[in-house]
Design a binder for this molecule. Structure first.
Ligand code: NAP
Length: 461
């Protein structure tokens, strides 16, 4: 490779405290914000621009030159310019030979071009050492100093030395470089800032769909049915009663859906007799968003707790209680305490309290700051053992709430069962299948498969 002397100097390890000059092409928002931050960190900065006139916007201490002049003054050139303008670099190819070219660009859409911007740059200027970095940091965050959410800077490139130089700059700016490997990773790094909560999409859409379904289901059963057949107006149920039915139902179904893919994966592995074949894509994706499913479930369970707390102060509840007392007084007849009902009511409340406590514990352990402090076995224990215990307690809470109403024909309206009965389908399937899977005749082969044993090895020795 044809290295000129200034490049060789710049690529040598930096032993003195003096920082190497950095060149930034483009005096737009990002170029200026990065330039200012670099000057604050002690780097001499020169800008390469189409216009060499300095303006008050240029950070104090920086100089502005033509692209060719500026490029000659530094071994590292940061390209703060949109990809569609990269063609202006072609005539500069000779000057850029051997220099480190840092691509910071982002696109407007995921996979907008067949190749990443950084790979495109490497094709345009083949003599330069292209490194992808800084695209996940915003100009606003650099200017305002609010870099907490974007402290990590993903860096990738084919030249180790060039990548190291860029990572040193990242560190000097008070950020954390994360080496993502070769330039092949650039596309992924460029897509990263364009993603909108990718892991949350499925859990949120699913919970919205379940909420809508159960809202109309409860509306039909608890508001429209009494209005049509009994001429009673229970439309106010829409405010508290129906949400307080939907929240626990959605929470329980989502919690069951956190554990269902694990159970399905175990069945697939037992059936195939190996763990070395990929799961179907849908199962893979489902397993990847289990944490988010669990957290959305926890949000619904928390809402259920809040709705439940206001029950005693509801006007409808106070009216019903008052009219019961008055009718007993008028009839001069007190109803004896039904201890069976008292047991059922206290048990379902106790199961709900314990289930919610474990639910919160699961949510807390899924936070990165907590999960980073436990080892794999401890994490497994909490998420699997305590997770199943939570599912058992929450399912039991719902079963006991139903009490003996499950079989009563009056609880069916328009042949529709109570909504909470539907919420029990998934948890019961998961718990029954899990119970079958822990039977030694299935658990032993499954454990062996997970340790690498194969029924029909594909590659026999
Ligand atoms: P910008 O404000 O539009 O600035 C781009 C600069 O490119 C212009 O100021 C101009 O500088 C130069 N330029 C424009 N047309 C040119 C052409 N035909 N030939 C040569 N140079 C040209 O954009 P920006 O927000 O600073 O973004 C710059 C790059 O940083 C983009 O690739 C963007 O994706 C990336 N980025 C931006 C942010 C952000 O928060 N803004 C965050 C991460 C990454 P001169 O007038 O000095 O020539």
């Amino acid at each position: 490779m044809n290295k000129n002397s200034s490049n060789t100097m710049a690529l040598a390890p930096n032993t003195s405290n003096k920082r190497e000059t950095v060149c930034i092409f483009g005096t737009g928002d990002f170029g200026r914000a990065l330039g200012r931050k670099m000057i604050q960190s002690g780097y001499p900065v020169v800008f390469g621009s189409r216009s060499t006139q300095t303006s008050s916007l240029i950070p104090k201490g920086a100089e502005v030159f033509s692209h060719a002049e500026a490029a000659q003054k530094a071994a590292i050139i940061i390209l703060a310019i949109q990809r569609q303008h990269y063609n202006f670099l072609i005539p500069l190819a000779e000057i850029l030979r051997g220099k480190v070219l840092v691509d910071v660009s982002n696109n407007l859409k995921i996979n907008q071009y067949p190749e990443s911007n950084a790979e495109y740059l490497a094709q345009l200027v083949p003599g330069a050492k292209v490194v992808k970095a800084f695209n996940t940091v915003s100009a606003w965050a650099l200017q305002s100093g609010t870099l907490d959410a974007s402290r990590q800077v993903f860096v990738c490139g084919d030249d180790m030395e060039a990548k190291q130089m860029v990572m040193d700059i990242v560190r000097a700016l008070g950020l954390t470089p994360v080496d993502q490997g070769s330039l092949l990773a650039a596309q992924e790094i460029e897509n990263y800032p364009l993603q909108l909560f990718p892991m949350w999409k499925f859990p949120i859409l699913l919970s919205l769909a379940l909420t809508a379904f159960f809202f109309f289901y409860c509306l039909a059963r608890n508001v429209i049915y009494p209005y049509v057949y009994e001429n009673k107006d229970f439309s106010f149920f829409i405010a508290i009663s129906i949400p307080n039915r939907i929240c626990p139902i959605v929470a329980l179904i989502l919690l069951a859906l956190v554990y269902l893919p694990g159970v399905l994966a175990a069945i697939i592995q037992l059936y195939r007799g190996t763990k070395y074949r990929r799961f179907p894509d849908w199962l893979d994706k489902w397993m990847l968003c289990r944490k988010q499913l669990g957290l959305v479930a926890l949000a619904f369970a928390s809402l259920h707790v809040l709705y439940t707390l206001v029950i005693p102060i509801r006007s409808f509840v106070r009216w019903r209680l008052g009219s019961q007392i008055i009718s007993q007084a008028l009839n001069n007849k007190t109803e004896p305490l039904n201890t069976t009902n008292a047991w059922l009511s206290d048990s379902y409340l106790a199961l709900g309290i314990l289930g919610f406590f474990l639910f919160v514990l699961l949510g807390i352990t899924s936070l990165p700051s907590v999960s980073n402090n436990v080892n794999w076995r401890e994490f497994q224990f909490v998420q699997s053992k305590l997770g199943y215990l939570t599912l058992i307690l929450c399912t039991a809470h719902t079963l006991v709430y139903g009490g003996n109403r499950f079989l009563s024909p009056s609880s069916y309206r328009w042949y529709l069962p109570n909504a909470y009965m539907l919420s029990l389908i998934f948890p019961c399937i998961v718990l029954v299948v899990k119970f079958v899977l822990i039977l030694p005749c299935l658990d032993k082969p499954l454990t062996r498969i997970r340790q690498g044993w194969e029924r029909n090895p594909q590659y026999s020795e």
